[in-house]
Design a protein around this ligand. Structure first.
Ligand code: GLN
Length: 488
């Protein structure tokens, strides 16, 4: 890890920030102000934030965190006084949460998401809410109703999506870390494009209470951070069984306990990597595997034949669930309300004006695959394929501890380059499987590729058996060269 002393406060990781706050080198206020000054300076160009939370409530949180650090010292929680950015689809009581959609533009949350309650209890400070693809549908943040976010490493390119605002905010050092949500790759893909660590936990390990539902059997909240250690710190702070979300994992975990092996068997499905991958990115992947081998771990070829159908399966199941979840935005219960001549007109006008094109496309697609004439041909087939895919991974994990591939097929693309929806959907080819099967997954930086004189980030992606989230932090740290703190 680099020397915390040589960095500006906003450039620190969570671990480093926690240590300078404890040593008194910086106060909570100084750390927050350093982040906010950079955020304000960069945001007109990047459009990473929808809103900054600069008010009496934030001031009070800063003062309370400082007091706690002063009295509790080393015993204060790691996140006490650490500024975080929150994706615009996670509820913070009293604050607007719009999912970057016109339909919820002025919607104010009436309660805290469980993750927010936990972070408040730790003393974390929320600097603002971040831009995203509308209702988390997209891979570039171009589908936000409030303009795209730019990639801080090359502003002519997308930061990825849908958590592109959170990723750009952290990568531009406007905040120490951020939360995103991941339904098919929305934390890991922007992490790869912005040079960050992005983590999607085992389905059910983090409460979805207060996360706006997209695909309820796929959605998970997770961290976007500068280091693997930070991802673990945030995960540990927000995970846990929750009576407000019956899909959270019970305290007595249903998953087989796996110890951390000394020698990892890393599975690589080479058959999935034969075509469609940028050659420079592929070269980075091979170098990363070599690094793993040199540390004494084994590379084992695995066969996952159904994976080639994963994207098709995802783009049936995800729109099906989204079309159902989004039916609640009807002009009666939340947000925008248009009034026509009849009740039907009210619905049609509200939803036509409130939802963007991609959201409407997915609602149409989802309604179609669930309609009585087609549910067997599409939705039930996809659901059966999902079960086969899960079995295939379970079998592979009998032979290997983790499975590796690149997070994305290519580095960050230019604005407008993927205006054809299918070309955009192909961005998720490697990430959707973790959501379909419920496995945990992490994206870790694996070096850059040069395009038009700019260094663009790339990411390596690992998945592990359900419940074995910790294996991902260990193998991720093997790539970044970090030593992980235990038992903080
Ligand atoms: N890009 C994928 C989609 O558009 C994933 C989105 C997500 O994970 N929220 O559905």
């Amino acid at each position: 890890m680099t020397d915390a002393g040589a960095k500006r406060p906003n450039e620190l990781s969570i671990t480093e920030a926690a240590s300078v706050l404890r040593s008194g080198q910086f106060s909570v206020r100084e750390l927050f102000d350093a982040c906010f000054a950079t955020a304000e300076a960069r945001n007109s160009e990047l459009n990473a934030y929808r809103e900054f939370f600069i008010d009496a409530e934030t001031d009070a949180a800063i003062d309370a965190a400082q007091k706690r650090l002063d009295t509790e010292g080393e015993k204060a929680p790691m996140l006490c006084g650490v500024p975080l950015a929150i994706k615009d689809n996670i509820l913070i009581e009293g604050r607007i949460a719009s999912a970057s959609s016109k339909i919820l533009e002025n919607y104010r949350a009436t309660y805290d998401a469980t993750v927010i309650m936990k972070l408040k209890a730790e003393g974390a400070i929320f600097i603002g809410r971040t831009n995203m693809d509308e209702f988390a549908m997209g891979s570039s943040t171009e589908h936000s109703a409030f303009g795209a976010t730019k990639n801080p490493h090359d502003v002519s390119r997308v930061p990825g999506g849908s958590s592109g605002g959170s990723a750009a905010a952290v990568a531009a050092h406007t905040v120490i870390a951020a939360l995103g949500s991941d339904t098919g790759g929305s934390i890991r893909q922007p992490a790869a494009h912005c040079g960050l660590v992005g983590f999607k936990p085992t389905y059910g390990s983090i409460s979805r209470s207060g996360l706006m539902a997209l695909g309820s059997s796929l959605d998970q909240i997770g961290p976007l951070t500068k280091t693997v250690a930070d991802a673990k710190i945030l995960f540990d702070a927000i995970q846990g069984n929750d009576t407000l979300d019956s899909t959270t994992i019970p305290a007595e975990s249903p998953y087989e306990k796996r110890g951390t092996p000394k020698v990892f068997r890393v599975g690589v499905p080479y058959h999935l990597l034969d075509s469609g991958i940028d050659p420079d990115l592929r070269a980075n992947f091979d170098i990363a595997l070599q690094k793993i081998k040199e540390q004494g771990h084994e590379i084992v070829e695995v066969n996952l034949p159904t994976s080639s159908y994963a994207l098709a399966v995802y783009y049936v199941i995800m729109p099906a669930e989204a079309s159902t979840n989004l039916s609640r935005f009807d002009g009666m219960r939340y947000g925008l309300a248009k009034r026509g001549k009849t009740l039907l007109d009210d619905y049609v006008e509200t939803r036509t004006e409130g939802f963007g094109e991609e959201v409407q496309r997915r609602i149409l697609l989802g309604t179609f695959v669930l309609s009585s004439g087609y549910i067997d041909a599409y939705y039930r087939k996809a659901d059966a394929a999902r079960a086969v895919l899960t079995k295939e991974y379970d079998d592979a994990f009998e032979k290997v501890d983790v499975i590796a591939f690149p997070t994305t097929p290519s580095p960050a693309f230019k604005f407008g380059e993927k205006s054809d929806p299918v070309s955009m959907y192909l961005e998720d080819i490697f990430t959707v499987t973790a959501n379909l099967t419920g496995m945990p997954a992490i994206s870790v930086p694996m070096g850059t590729v040069m395009r038009e004189g700019k260094d663009l980030s790339t990411g390596i992606h690992f998945t592990a058996p359900k419940g074995a989230d910790d294996l991902l932090f260990t193998i991720g740290a093997a790539i970044t060269g970090e030593t992980l703190l235990h038992g903080h």
